[in-house]
Write a protein that binds this ligand. Structure first.
Ligand code: B12
Length: 463
């Protein structure tokens, strides 16, 4: 059957953790979540198309035309809580124009399957990992057999909602085909700091064993692709013209042996490829960093979060400031860039603790910093704190009644507005240092990078 997966353009949301100028300049990334169901569907012999309306900057009529051309029997969307209502608007529009069955998946649906299926826009909601579910679903629809045998979904039968048992998460990631990047306009993707095209992203680990209070992914079963398969996936992307790659794993180096094995294999391949990883400061050491650098890894992105040890502890990050310092210095020593993620507005946060965070970002040899307002995502410990303090379920209200309200901060007297101002201040302090500007200019890898940097700087001045 013809399955078309759509990633509609979703503009800034009220509760975005980014300031508007950051959001506008952060880049355009591939809809990775859709590439997995696309891959298993293709493997099972279905014809799959992906329309990335976000990357192609499609307006509503263009999006309808593009999707219509693919002659879909089934339309699929990935939903995130933050873009939920905007995504529903797009689905409504496409459904009205094409009259095709709609299946929705993604993290938001895991958390709110009933609320999602209760919407008239969605016919089938996938409540968990969908790699196999989507194939059984497509088969059932094609053969017109009962959906009751498809694991992990909710669907409508007349006015009733039916639910099937949850399927187990995929235990062996190596058994999955590689994400279908060949269906994407790969030359359209970039980030604020990427320097080469084609650029793409990758996930090699599912699940995370850590317990950060602001993240909904933690405390879940960890599964990894083997080193051999990771490198094979990279080679496949390379064949598609990918020359820069960012691995979005929460902790790429979680399994030391695997990470070293990936580096050793990549080193042998001698690819003309720049790549970067995300990991924790307590999961690297000199030899790991040396291996990464030797294999062409150019940057390590660390979740540093806060410059105050009490805030760090409250966040249950499980790292220390000394580990932060060690990791950052060691990364720079082997010649890789450092990207630091910082949050502002955590429980226990005061103007003084934010000052400590800014100070840390300035004193360490960090190449790029991202400061975000900490927004309590649904089904996180941080959101439990909001619920306890405010006694009102803001997300439920937004999801069911469409009531857009700012999610309040928990455990701090700072307001959302004050946090936004502090975030802007942190950005300006970090990026407008003369010494920093000079260093960046000397390390620029392309004129394109300079243009992007200038555009973001001008936008931040206007914020
Ligand atoms: C890469 C990434 C992105 C990329 C790509 C987004 C995408 N949806 O493809 C970009 C940068 C664009 C992005 C943007 C955002 N993201 Co994001 N992102 C991720 C990240 C790091 C990896 C996603 C991924 O590929 N995972 C691996 C795949 C295999 O898992 P999966 O996404 O769950 O998909 C599986 C199933 O859910 C299902 N599935 C998913 N979608 C669909 C659709 C259909 C039709 C079907 C059948 C199945 C299906 O099939 C997949 C295979 O089993 C996750 C964190 C994480 N570790 O998962 C956050 C995450 C998904 N993002 C998150 C958020 C908040 C955002 C933003 C709102 C951030 C912002 N402020 O702008 C935006 C929303 C944009 C949007 N329209 O979706 C949250 C979502 C929380 C929530 N409650 O919704 C997460 C969980 C991060 C977190 N720690 O909380 N993101």
């Amino acid at each position: 059957m013809n399955v078309t997966l759509v990633f509609p353009p979703c503009n800034r949301e009220l509760n975005s953790s980014h300031l508007p100028f950051v959001e506008r300049n952060i880049g355009v990334l591939p809809p990775l979540s859709l590439l997995y169901p696309a891959a298993t569907l293709e493997e099972a012999g279905h014809r799959v198309s992906i329309v990335d309306g976000n990357a192609e900057r499609l307006g509503s009529q263009q999006l309808i035309q593009r999707v219509r051309k693919t002659k879909p029997d089934l339309l699929g969307f990935t939903l995130s809580t933050f873009t939920y209502h905007r995504s529903l608007e797009w689905i409504r529009m496409l459904k009205a124009a094409l009259g095709v069955t709609v299946v929705a998946g993604g993290r938001h649906v895991w958390y709110y399957p009933r609320e999602t299926i209760e919407r008239s826009e969605v016919d089938i909601a996938v409540r968990a990992e969908a790699d196999h579910t989507i194939v059984s679903l497509a088969e059932a629809i094609e053969r017109n057999t009962s959906l009751q045998r498809v694991e992990g979904i909710m669907y409508k039968r007349g006015s009733r909602i039916r639910q099937t048992p949850l399927c187990q998460p995929v235990s062996n990631l190596d058994s999955l085909p590689f994400p279908s990047r060949h269906l994407l306009p790969n030359d359209k993707y970039y980030t604020f700091i990427s320097a080469r095209r084609n650029f793409t992203t990758m996930i090699t680990v599912r699940g995370c064993p850590f317990h950060c209070i602001f993240c909904g992914v933690g405390n879940s079963a960890v599964r990894m692709r083997s080193a051999e398969k990771v490198v094979a996936e990279i080679l496949r992307a390379y064949e598609l013209g990918v020359r820069e790659l960012e691995v979005y794993d929460d902790s790429f180096t979680l399994n030391r042996k695997r990470a070293l094995d990936i580096c050793a294999r990549l080193r042998k391949e001698k690819l003309d490829l720049d790549w970067a990883i995300h990991t924790r400061v307590d999961l690297v050491d000199r030899s790991m960093l040396g291996a990464l650098s030797g294999a062409g890894c150019r940057r390590v992105n660390y979740g540093i979060e806060s410059g105050n040890k009490h805030v760090l502890r409250t966040l249950k990050k499980g790292t220390s400031l000394s580990a932060v310092r060690q990791a950052v210095h060691a990364t720079r020593r082997v010649g890789m860039d450092v990207f630091g993620y910082f949050v502002v507005g955590a429980p226990g946060e005061t103007p003084e603790t934010v000052q400590e965070t800014m100070q840390l970002s300035l004193e360490l040899p960090i190449d790029y910093a991202q400061f975000t307002k900490i927004v309590a995502h649904p089904y996180t410990e941080l959101y439990d704190m909001v619920l306890q303090e405010k006694r009102h379920d803001f997300w439920q209200d937004y999801i069911v009644n469409g009531k857009e309200a700012e999610i309040p901060l928990a455990g701090t007297n700072l307001t959302n507005k004050e946090v936004d101002q502090l975030v802007l201040k942190a950005y300006r302090k970090f990026y407008f240092r003369p010494g920093y500007l000079l260093r960046r200019l000397t390390r620029l890898r392309s004129a394109h990078e300079l243009v992007k940097y200038c555009r973001a700087a001008v936008a931040s001045i206007g914020s």
